[in-house]
Design a protein around this ligand. Structure first.
Ligand SMILES: *Cc1c(COP(=O)(O)O)cnc(C)c1O
Length: 419
């Protein structure tokens, strides 16, 4: 019996059945590769769902973890340590916002944003501005799994088993300005957007829609909340994806790559919105601890020192070009989407997408399927063009072996290339 088989049997008995894991047992990582128990090297184009921005065993992270863990790992938020103000300064500069609240995960960052929006609406009411308690979120959104974040998450399967979740969320059709305008009113305290939807299938929001959301919320005093948990911290070649459209939200949330694999979330907000929160209203035991902050600072330093925003734009542009070539060669590729190193192709069927993920895995390349038919690529920011070539050559071969996909379709009409 292999170690993997033993583990599978043990987990099947001992763990809550939340995950359907792939049958791979990894013991370490190096750069853009994960290494299994037999020494097999896997090219990782998913990076722990967009978390390991600097790849595996990056010396800057290793050093920050080692040094900080010798000094101080946790003290709670009852005392000062050196990390939070330093990190808040970097993140307020990166996001265009004024104040930070630190927590441990994406969903917690969004909970903080939802609570802030409710508290801010109350404050505005006390100042004579009418604002209700409703939230608008988008079709195909994903904001997390806790009762508030999941209420703002589109798919029924995430919400319905746990009903009633937080009431007061209405969903707006994606990129449909008319629908947004129809559903918006002074009853709304906040609109939640992802400038590039992640789990929903890597869908960039149109500039027109983002601008409309910005103008509507500004007109009533409601908050525009940009969830940058997947798209932020450089993933799209800018610190935040909304910066591609020169939109400034009132609130943004960060997590996944923020501390290079150490759990850390952040909610950033404007000075005006921050007035709604006073001591004791919200908090967390672990959030923004010395270790997580030290590592996040090392991640940001490394992104700057190694010019990774520029690198993401460059290698992401090349990756996208290779995906478009693939779309030109295979009729089964119906769309190419994304920005920077947040990329996807949509295939003609869920079965084909499933097949492609498992064939790639056999070739020791890790990718992921989201929204049934979408192959998603969220590689480490340190990815290089030769890694892209390796993955695209493999995918080209897999799609060529598909009987349904062998006929090369003319490029015109069939392939719709989104932003
Ligand atoms: C992953 C994700 C979340 C939830 O983050 P967790 O750390 O899993 O709670 C929220 N929003 C977006 C856009 C995400 O991609």
């Amino acid at each position: 019996m292999t170690h993997l088989d033993e583990l599978r049997a043990a987990e099947a008995k001992l763990l809550l059945g939340t995950y359907e894991r792939n049958p791979l047992l990894f013991v370490r990582g190096e750069s853009v590769y994960l290494i299994d128990e037999d020494g097999g090297r896997y090219l990782d184009l998913l990076s722990g769902i967009g978390v390991n921005a600097l790849g595996y065993a990056h010396p800057a992270i290793e050093k920050a973890v080692a040094e900080q863990s010798r000094r101080l790992i946790h003290i709670s938020n009852l005392y000062y340590h050196q990390g939070q103000a330093a990190l808040a300064l970097r993140l307020t500069e990166a996001t265009g916002l004024d104040r930070a609240f630190f927590c441990n995960s994406g969903t917690e960052a969004n909970e903080a944003a939802l609570k802030l929006a409710r508290a801010y609406a109350r404050l505005k009411c006390s100042e004579g501005v009418q604002l209700g308690s409703k939230f608008l979120a988008l079709e195909n959104s994903f904001h997390g799994r806790t009762m508030g974040s999941v209420a703002a998450t589109w798919k029924d399967k995430y919400r319905e088993p746990f009903d009633p979740v937080m009431p007061g969320v209405e969903f707006v059709r994606f990129n449909d300005v008319a629908d947004l305008k129809a559903k918006f009113s002074t009853e709304v305290c906040a609109v939640l957007v992802e400038a590039v939807q992640g789990e929903g299938g890597v869908r960039p929001m149109s500039r027109e829609f983002l601008q409309a959301a910005r103008e509507l919320t500004r007109s009533t005093g409601a908050l525009l909340i940009a969830d940058e948990i997947q798209s932020g911290m450089g993933r799209t070649g800018k610190w935040c994806a909304y910066q591609h459209d020169s939109i400034q939200p009132d609130v943004t949330t960060l997590a996944k790559p923020l501390a290079g694999g150490i759990p850390l979330g952040a909610m950033l907000c404007s000075e005006d919105a921050a007035r709604a929160i006073h001591a004791g209203m919200h908090g967390t035991t672990f959030g923004g601890g010395p270790l997580a902050c030290a590592v996040a600072l090392a991640v940001i330093d490394t992104i700057e020192r190694e010019h990774l925003l520029e690198h993401v734009t460059e290698v992401g542009g090349y990756f996208r070009q290779r995906l478009e070539q693939l779309a030109g060669r295979h009729a089964a590729v119906v769309d190419v989407r994304g920005l920077g190193l947040m990329l996807a192709i949509e295939l003609e069927s869920a079965d084909l997408a499933k097949h492609a993920v498992s064939e790639m895995m056999k070739r020791r390349i890790l990718i992921n399927r989201t929204s049934d038919t979408v192959l998603r690529f969220l590689p480490p920011f340190i990815l290089r063009s030769e890694h892209v070539d390796e993955a695209m050559d493999a995918l080209d071969q897999i799609l060529s072996e598909q009987p349904a996909a062998t006929a090369a379709a003319p490029l015109t009409g069939g392939t719709q290339i989104g932003r």
